[in-house]
Design a protein around this ligand. Sequence first.
Ligand SMILES: Nc1ncnc2c1ncn2[C@@H]1O[C@H](COP(=O)(O)OP(=O)(O)OP(=O)(O)O)[C@@H](O)[C@H]1O
Ligand SMILES: [Mg+2]
Length: 228
Amino acid sequence: MIELTNATKTYDSGGGLIRAVDDVTLTVRDGEFVAVVGHSGSGKTTLVSLMGGLTKPTSGNIFIGGTDIWTLDNLNLARLRSEKIGFCFQFSSLIPTLNSIDNVRLPASFAGGERGGLERAMSLLETVGVTDKAKAYPAELSGGQQRRVAIARSLVNEPRIMLADEPTGDLDEQTEVDIMKLFQGLNQQGVTIVMVTHSQKLAAQAGRILTMTAGVVAEGIATGDAGV
Ligand SMILES: Nc1ncnc2c1ncn2[C@@H]1O[C@H](COP(=O)(O)OP(=O)(O)OP(=O)(O)O)[C@@H](O)[C@H]1O
Ligand SMILES: [Mg+2]
């Protein structure tokens, strides 16, 4: 479960204070598939960064599995993130000097344990449909292939929560469908998913839609405003 209580994130941009996320209280229950929509600049990326402990709220609290995450020290916060959360952000880049397999295995090596084996990395690459590129380096991959490898990497620690910021942005329609299917499969296995998207079609396939407007979150899509 992810809970935000009166979570606010402001940025002081020189031109005044921006309330990127403005006093948001919400709960994402275990096993939910939530789509987050909203106009550019409405605070979607900031919201999912707060949910994943990547951004510290200016005020308010973030709970993951009942833990107030900003009461943890750096090491324990990093551990919680790497054990519980898979991040799939649009520009989350692969390590250029590692091939696909080693990129996928890397987060497992940080977490310790047995999940970073060669076979497992290969099976994750199979899940995302790029086994033929297992030994290729990021520069040798198309944008869509890089995204697939990044998704495989985000799954290596078997996260119970997947936070995805426009995971299918700028990908072709077929790849978009494939990635959505993959997320639905994960969700059926009980993984909680929060996915930012500009696609109404994709949002409609989620179990719940949140619309952001100027840092504020509302349930569903506001009538007369697709929010995209
Ligand atoms: N690091 C930062 N410093 C200053 N302002 C920021 C920073 N990050 C975000 N903002 C501002 O906070 C607001 C929300 O940004 P955010 O990236 O969360 O929007 P978004 O909904 O994800 O937009 P998009 O759909 O374009 O990705 C914007 O006004 C943005 O300019
Ligand atoms: Mg964004």
